[in-house]
Every structure is written in C-alpha cells, then in structure tokens.
Design a protein. Sequence first.
Length: 315
Amino acid sequence: MRTIILLLTLFLLSNLKLQAQTDEARIHLPTPTGMWQAEVRYMNMDQNLLVFGNYYTPVIKAEANVIPVTLSHTFGIRGKRAKVSAMVARVTSFNVTLKETPIPDAQEKGFADGYVAFEMGIINNDAKNSTDFFETNPEKFNMNGLFRFWYSDKTSYSSDNLINIGSNRMAFEFGLPMQIRINNNTSKILWLETCPGIQFFTPNDEASRGGFGKMTQKALFYLENHLSYNVTSKFYGGITVTYKQGGQAFYERLLVRGANQISILSGGVFLGYKLIPSLEFKASFDSLVFGESRVTYQAVGAGLVFSCFDLKLKQ
C-alpha cells in the first residue's frame, strides 16, 4: 500500500507548474497613452501547489527561483485606454523534495508558463496623452476588461519526467479589473484595486509517464484585491488579499475525488519607490492565510520597472 501511495504521489507531482500566484498591485492603474513599461523581477517561491498551481500534496516541498520579464504598451482605442502586455518567466533553480528526499528526474531549469494579454477601459479610463493625464485628477472609479492567454514552453515539459516546470497546455483568462480612488487627496491617493476573474484550461494530453492518460481541469475563479497608499510622490505601500476557488483536476484513467478542490485565501504586503522618474523599485511578500485544502504557499519578490513615454506639450 505504501508503494502505491508513493507512486500515485509521484504521478501527481509530474504536473507541477510554477507561476506567480497573483498579479502585482497597481499594474491595472490608469497610465498615459504612448507609455512603454519593462519590468524585470526576481521571485523566490516555496509551495506545495501542483498541477498548474492548483493541485497540492502535503508531503512535498517545492522551492524555485524565478525571473519574470514583462513588457507592456498603453495606447488608445475609440477614446478608451488600452494596453497589451507579454510575460516570459525563466526558472533559474528548482528543487523538489518528498519527505526530505530529492525527487529524481526533475527539471532544474527552464521556462515557466508565460502569457500575452489585452486590457481595455469599459467604464471611465479614457485615453489621455501624458500632458492631459498628469494635469487632470484620476477618476474615482474605473473598470477594465482583461483577456489573458497563457502558453506553455514545450522545451520545459516532457511526459518522461516526474516533475515539469511547464504545464503542456493553454489557459484562457477573463477578468474585470476595477480601480477605486477612496480619498480626495490626489497627492496622497488611497487606491483600492479589485479584480474578479476566471481561468479556463485546455487538456494536457501527455500528463505523465504513469499511464493515467489525459488530464482535464475545471475552471478556477479568483478575486484579487490590493489596497495601496501614496505616502509621498515617490513612495507607496499596501496590502494584498486574494481568494481562489475551483480548479479540480480529472484524469482519463484515474479520478481524484475532492482532494484537489482548491479554496484558499492568501495575503501579503508590498511597497514601491521611484528611484528616478522613469525607474521604480518594487518589493512584495505573499503567503497563505488559510484554506480548507491545506495548501502551503509563500513568495518573496523584488524588481525594477522602467517606464518611458512621449511628453506632449500644449501649444
């Protein structure tokens, strides 16, 4: 029986995917049209989330160092602000243990899943050039529509491995990011960002060398919240809280009942500081608050964001 449990656990490990568990704070806030942003970030993640971040087992520990790189551009469509972005994530180290024993055949380096995304204003969030943007107060409420396509790098997945960095499938994400300016002091704004969203997953036709066949997964719902305060014109800080529900996985020749249903609440803190007008430093810490699934999750991150835009002067 112990041998069967061990083999089943190793099979479930074969679909491990590392990803940032939530969006960063303030990435959905209004920005002027014509802006380009590039972010290079470092993350250390310690978790037991499995199968694309939504399956877990208490007997393993996975630690990874990840460097996500994100590029985005803001522009206008029919008078509304729109943004396209893309992210790639390089895993520089990847260590998984089962009861303090290293897992064999684990990929130690490679690319985690990345995405391309499109976001556009629905309520308010009008397109403004840099001069108009900085000369007017932000709206008290904005709502955007968000679509994100997640892809998997084929070089980071093999059905012969027990552990994989990539997921060998695609995901389609839809969200409604909302930004609420709580106070009237525009020099020290208190922002509440909230985003309900849902992810849909395509099957993984080569889930494992364990012989259990194709893996499918139910949709995952999330509600992400960030509360941030501009302490000065250069420095801000805040807290983040995220709830996730769903994501139960099924296998063609094995049904895992109930154990992979995820229902968790995570939270953390973050800060940012403008080193110069075009360069910002960010840091964050996130951890599990509670959840029925006994998931363990902790992430520490730090990065630099470079921004540039055309300053349009009034005649």
